[in-house]
Design a binder for this molecule. Structure first.
Ligand code: GLN
Length: 475
């Protein structure tokens, strides 16, 4: 018989509605799973068993009275440690915030609270969401639950790993340059980065606010749709949130799909990834889709623009962590300047420092013109090109990442590490929704990910198309 933790989100929803088990049963089942399994995965950095069981108990009470708050009432979940949860430690996996207790809930968290969902705890990540392997955390690396010698991907490492390890039916993460989609691909789960502004960023500790999106990780596309609909919508606390349109059209026939030449033939895209893309193309053609190869501005330009712009935003955004208002304060300082310098010096990890310095450097008078303005120009060009593509196509299809999950501890230069974001950054630069769906297998036997991108606010189309791939991958 199937164990409770093996059920998908939709199956839990049906079972809770039918009274097959209670939210307390379900919450206990996941807490037990975490207790016996997570030491080897290291997805969780904070577990709130007491709070979760109280919430589950309250949910069961509501159900008994016929007063369930939503279909998610009683469903356990967990969030990346850069989302604020009132009264809970929120660290961004950084020493600088190691003792920070958030005084309020992120909107994504409060919406789930209002839906009755049961928060189990906080999930591991690369420090301040900067990284692609899940190894840059003060809590230690997250292992790939499907193959513990491999990385989980990042920066939403714990979110992807927890879902893949059956420790939660869904999790929230954040995606600034691929951080939901890439770990989802490495761990074999679905990762959705919504349209910029579709889900409020209020309470998401910012990395690069013009890119940052709250994203979600689930076992399949149908579950992603359920969670997305609980989170989407305008929020007075976040002026960049959209008035999300009432449902947009679903799949049209024939579906018009663009395949990006540069992301298929480009250097660094592994052979097994190419094969999985070809198979995905075949799966769509069998359904009658029209497939065409198109061109985007070079991935190296997109990546460079992302690097410059995200680092510039990070450098100003992370200036607030000064040892005075938040988090760690150095004990080792006699002057105000030393207090700032030492608190930041002791508090931030190497990668975060590297980006702050790089971003600050890009903001200097002489570099502004050479790098920053050009990066902003490239971003606009990419945005315009994406708009043009979506005037004649429904979807763009490409790999989520140029490779599958690779061994932990691989020595990579910062530039090599960046290559992992190659396919992902277009959607962040332009603000489009994109998702990763597991498809194909690597030589390590772990899943690969196919990325689908759609026009803004076309999440429904994206998720419907993802289901075609899910069905094909079972064939
Ligand atoms: N790998 C990307 C980076 O390090 C991902 C960032 C993100 O999406 N948070 O910049």
């Amino acid at each position: 018989m199937k164990k409770l933790i093996e059920y998908t989100l939709q199956e839990h929803i049906n079972a809770l509605q039918a009274g097959e088990y209670s939210s307390v049963d379900l919450t206990n089942a996941y807490l037990e799973r975490i207790a016996e399994n997570d030491a080897s995965v290291n997805a969780f950095v904070w577990i709130d068993a007491k709070g979760a069981l109280e919430a589950a108990w309250a949910s069961d009470e509501r159900r008994r009275r016929g007063a369930a708050l939503s279909q998610l009432d009683g469903i356990p979940y967990a969030v990346k440690d850069n989302l604020c949860v009132k009264g809970m430690r929120t660290t961004c996996a950084s020493r600088i915030l190691e003792n920070y207790i958030a005084p309020y809930d992120a909107t994504a968290v409060s919406r789930l609270r209002e839906s009755g969902a049961v928060l189990l705890g906080k999930l591991n990540m690369d420090e301040f969401a900067m990284g692609s392997t899940g190894e840059l955390s003060i809590f230690g690396a997250t292992a790939n639950p499907l193959h513990p010698a491999l990385v989980s991907g990042g920066s939403s490492s714990g979110s992807a790993a927890a879902v893949a390890a059956l420790e939660v039916p869904f999790a929230l993460g954040s995606d600034t340059g691929g951080s939901v989609r890439q770990p989802a691909a490495f761990c074999g789960v679905v990762g959705l980065k919504p349209t910029y502004g579709a889900i409020s960023r209020y309470g998401l500790i910012g990395f690069a606010p013009s890119f940052d999106c709250v994203g979600l990780l689930t076992r399949n596309a149908a579950d992603a749709e359920t969670v997305f609909s609980a989170l989407v919508g305008k929020d007075p606390h976040d002026a960049t949130t959209l008035d999300y349109p009432q449902q947009t059209p679903l799949l049209r026939h024939p579906l018009r799909i663009a395949v990006v030449k540069e992301l298929l033939e480009g250097e660094g895209v592994s052979e097994e990834v190419r094969v999985s893309v070809q198979r995905a193309i075949h799966a769509f053609s069998k359904q009658g889709a029209e497939i065409q190869t198109i061109s985007l501005p070079s991935p190296q330009i997109a990546l460079a623009a992302y690097c410059v712009l995200s680092a510039v935003e990070a450098s100003s955004n992370l200036a607030r962590f000064d040892g005075i208002r938040y988090g760690r304060r150095s004990k080792n300082a006699d002057t105000l300047f030393d207090l700032y310098a030492n608190s930041r010096g002791e508090g931030f990890g190497m990668e975060v420092k590297r980006r702050i310095l790089f971003g600050t450097c890009m903001l200097t008078e002489e570099r502004r013109k050479i790098y920053l303005e050009r990066a902003a120009y490239a971003r606009n060009q990419i945005r315009e090109r994406m708009e043009e593509i979506f005037s004649s196509f429904d979807l763009i299809l490409n790999p989520t990442s140029p490779t599958g999950a690779f061994p932990r501890g691989s020595k990579q230069t910062p530039a090599e590490r960046r290559e992992a974001d190659l396919c992902a950054v277009y959607a962040n630069l332009a603000g489009n929704p994109a998702l990763s769906v597991p498809f194909g297998t690597s030589a390590y036997g772990t899943p690969l990910g196919i990325q689908l991108t759609a026009a803004p606010c076309r999440e429904a189309l994206l998720l419907a198309a993802a289901r075609i791939l899910e069905e094909a991958s079972h064939e």
